[in-house]
Design a protein around this ligand. Structure first.
Ligand code: TIU
Length: 221
């Protein structure tokens, strides 16, 4: 059954049965003080604005019985999957793997690496652990989406111009149709958020669509 999401640059036809909600990196390490985001010198409070809209969308997907997936950026405790260039980045006193108030920064299994309680995954919702910014690089995400017959992705999370953008670009090149609800993504740089969304929908939707949580929820109904 085909539905329509009101969106820019034009409305997106979709079938709920082949649509998934993909929530990118809503982790304590990016959103709460003392984690990776703060280590990079950012005001992490700027990302909180996406929590309530994502929660509304998450509830709608769960209620409709549709597929929800979550991603987390992070690394093995022995740091063997961190490129040296990534380890060296940042000008703060701490780096990936160092001990912070939420445990070792950006390390799998640590408190800071986990998803914030407000958006915590439910049993049965796949959680994709990824070492990079994109969700397809060195993960089994594509295999899971293909096995579930997914064609359309509603992509939320943080940050708009880094992990959300990279994931949408990767997904688009793999043949998935991607829509980003503007209120369900956030950046440490509000101007980057706005520009990143404009980049997605420019040129006739060069690699995706932009809408908002209310319009996506309305389309599911
Ligand atoms: N620093 C920043 O804006 N983002 C990241 O490092 N990762 C994600 O976007 N998840």
């Amino acid at each position: 059954m085909t539905h329509l999401i009101r969106a820019e640059p034009y409305d997106l036809p979709f079938d709920p049965a082949s649509t998934a909600l993909l929530i990118i990196d809503m982790q304590r390490d990016f959103i709460e003080p003392g984690g990776f985001g703060a280590m990079l010198g950012n005001d992490v409070s700027l990302l909180r604005r996406a929590i309530d809209p994502i929660h509304a969308l998450l509830s709608a997907f769960r209620k409709a019985g549709l597929l929800v997936l979550h991603t987390r950026e992070g690394h093995r405790p022995d740091l063997s999957d961190v490129p040296p260039s990534k380890l060296a980045r940042g000008k703060g006193e701490t780096k990936i793997g160092d001990i912070g108030p939420m445990g070792r920064i950006l390390i799998r299994g640590e408190a800071g690496h986990d998803i914030i309680p407000e958006l915590y995954p439910k049993a049965g919702e796949p959680v994709i652990d990824k070492p990079g910014k994109g969700s397809f690089c060195q993960t089994d995400l594509e295999l899971i989406l293909k096995n579930r017959g997914v064609r359309t992705l509603i992509v939320c999370g943080v940050t708009t111009e880094v992990c959300v953008h990279t994931t949408v670009r990767e997904a688009n090149d793999r043949g998935f149709e991607c829509l980003v609800p503007s209120d369900c993504a956030a950046s440490y740089f509000p101007e980057f958020h706005e520009t990143a969304l404009r980049m997605i929908k420019a040129q006739g939707g060069i690699f995706g669509w932009v809408s908002d949580s209310a319009r996506v929820i309305a389309a599911l109904g």
